[in-house]
Design a protein around this ligand. Sequence first.
Ligand code: PLP
Length: 393
Amino acid sequence: MHVYLDYAATTPLDERVLKEMLPYMTEKFGNASSLHSYGRAAISVVDRARDRIASYLNCSASEIYFTSGGTESDNWALRGVVNASSLPVKHVVTTNIEHSAILSVCKELEKEGCEITYVSVNDDGVVDPSDIAAAIRDNTVLVAVMFANNEIGTIQPIKKIGTLCRDKGIPFYTDAVQAVGSIRIDVHAMNIDMLGFSAHKIYGPKGVGVLYVKNGIRCGRLIFGGEQEHGKRAGTTNTPGIVGTAEAMRLVVEEMDANNARIESVRNHFIDRVEKEIPQCRLAGSRINRLVGNADFIFDGIKGETLLTVLDMSGIAVGSGPACSSGSQKPSHVILAIGGNEEDARSSVRFSFGKNTTLEEVDYVIEILKNKIKKLRESSSLFKVVSEKGYQI
Ligand code: PLP
């Protein structure tokens, strides 16, 4: 049996999305910037896609920009706002659990003289809005807080943060890559000024994303060249990708309640069984403020990457905290941020569930997981540490 439990890394393209996209790769292949009928056919579906996405987020179509994915949206939001400011020294407020697409841009901006405050989250993996408020200075040009975390799935108090930023007149960006598929987002009601997401996390195509920028927010260009995307983002329009993004978003929004209920019950069943049947493990991050499809566990005495490899050999695909997005061997900055030690930060494994996950698959995974963890603990160099803590296999 092959079981895919890494939906937070990417999702399969929904067949219905593929069907919508295909004509725009074959007979309707026109360049959306061309003035002839082929181009006009392309630009009209791109405009329709923009309208649809705007209606799902409750903003205007002129506020939607298509990008190459979540990473570009994050880069553009940060650099665009920082570069558009005329302040001599600019300050950005963010958190210490952001995705590397935010954190590495912050590191680059720091080298260029920008000041960054990394607000800490609590042990549940949730940021306190009053800590964000306290970090804001006279020269703050942007607050960037992710909607939901990609490793531990914790959901941030976005509306509260949006409201406090609006009151202070500071633009607020949220990386909603992990949230869009399972949380209803209303940028108007939540006071969100800028938001980024990616199609491949919502059963859409890879290599396409969205940046919403509220009209009136000053955000410069990231990519220079032609005048596509309201003259703000150059590059030949990815018509099939954009059509696919809009259709993927329509489906996740329309089917969200039913899918969330199913995914949550399968995920809860998994958490219950792991906690009952596998000793010395704990769920990382809040139980309540958590994406329905996420269960991130720390298994004492086990390296996350080793468990990932062993499970893979049994046909089970999961994500290992630090490696799930970057392929790096580094300990997870998210587990460290919620108070875990270095060992914990190397021991987390992310199980992420999607609309195709069945109870039967989950039960199969539990049986394999129990067996592999027992065996790994028996042979692990970390086992000594575990036994010293009193754990008996
Ligand atoms: N932000 C978050 C929270 C993510 O989880 C990811 C992908 O894992 C990204 C950004 C990057 O998105 P993309 O893969 O579309 O570049």
